[in-house]
Design a protein around this ligand. Sequence first.
Ligand code: FES
Length: 215
Amino acid sequence: MVLLICQHCDYRWDYQGENEHYATCPTCRYKVRIPEEKAQMLRRKGLDMELKSKFSLKEQHVKLRGIAGIVNKTIEDYQYDKSMLIQILLRLQKNFGWLPMEMLLEVSKQLGIPLGQIYQVATFYKAFSLAPRGRHLIRVCTGTSCKVRGAPIVLDRVQSSLNIERGEVTPDGRFSLETVNCLGCCALGPMMTIDGEYYGNLKLLAVKRILSKYT
Ligand code: FES
């Protein structure tokens, strides 16, 4: 844990970023200088992350090799029915976590549907992801109703807590962050979901506690 204290507003937080010299205070946005011994801790942490992400890349490579088999098994379950394309993609997304281009190619080949058509479907629906996702998917609502109730500040807090922007994955693969236009509970805004679990009437202080529940 790299505990920093803002010299401007005295706010204390566990800094998760990678910058070894300065950090931005999540509360007042003041630039806080990082002392050398804490910078060393960050360097050690960075190396750990790098090794972990290398490991997961290797794992992904092993997964990619089995793609043809996975696709074949799924398509067989749907009896090669072209009209079940969305269900097939949903099943693949659920089992694999995301839809690599190799997988779309394989679906195209085995189902006899042009790749362009499959790509259109995969990019149209938010349920599909063409890039790896983290273990937990955070969706912060930035719709009008949530916006007036403080969604931008909540989003900012999530981003600064995880040190990622919307559309990104944390380096340890723990979280993906997305924004949506409405989660269907406007009266409870600001809202976010994590892996489909709803969190409403969000207060800034609660964000970190909620995130810490997911490992
Ligand atoms: S606008 Fe956020 S839930 Fe509807």
